[in-house]
Design a protein around this ligand. Structure first.
Ligand code: MN
Length: 201
């Protein structure tokens, strides 16, 4: 299968003022691209692995030779995580499905409470990492965070993710990670998250 940088469905400046154009451009063309390049370099010549989607490889790390496993975790993770992240952003006003709304209220009592839990996970993730909303093995929603470019597959299927590496926000927000996290909610594509929820269940 082809491993190319996924095109965004919106322009780099489309998420202003919440996420600035320069951050988006650097994040997409340099960071995301670098993870893909490094993933491809690590798997060079391993056609059986290159044929698979990166998600399948990350979910089945036993298939990966030991000497490149950490490189695949780091760069395959960066490849997958950014693909999900950029896909669930939009400048458009979107609404979540009734299905997802109900599941959020069932698990967290309210959307506001869910955001508090998620924001806390994103804020308190020490150093670089991600906050996730995922569907766990019991088909229930769960908020977790992960370090570096680790994917959360051991705990479930991610349906929404927020990059809290400094490269994701430092140009605009400097050390004010909580402001970036609060503003993130203005640009979430709830239709995509709802779709992810449906397929993860
Ligand atoms: Mn990033």
């Amino acid at each position: 299968m082809k491993h190319t940088l996924p095109e965004l469905t919106y322009k780099y400046n489309a998420l202003e003022p919440y996420i600035d154009a320069l951050t988006m451009e650097i994040h997409h063309t340099r960071h995301h691209q670098a993870y893909i390049n490094n993933y491809l370099n690590a798997l060079e010549g391993m056609n059986d692995l290159l044929e698979k989607d990166v998600e399948e490889v990350l979910r089945n790390l036993d298939m990966v030779p030991e000497r490149i496993k950490q490189t695949v975790i780091n760069n395959g993770g960066g490849y997958f995580n950014h693909r999900l992240f950029f896909d669930i952003l939009t400048p458009l006003k979107t609404e979540m499905s009734q299905d997802l709304k109900q599941a959020i209220e069932e698990k967290f009592d309210s959307f506001e409470k869910f955001k508090e839990v998620f924001n806390k996970a994103a804020t308190t993730r020490f150093g670089s990492g991600w906050a996730w909303l995922l569907v766990d093995e019991n088909k229930k929603l769960k908020v977790v965070s992960s370090a570096n470019q680790d994917t959360p597959f051991a705990q479930g299927t991610p349906i929404l993710g927020l990059d809290v590496w400094e490269h994701a926000y430092y140009l605009k927000y400097q050390n004010k990670r909580p402001d970036y996290i609060n503003n993130f909610w203005n640009v979430v594509d709830w239709e995509k998250v709802s779709r992810n929820f449906l397929s993860a269940k």
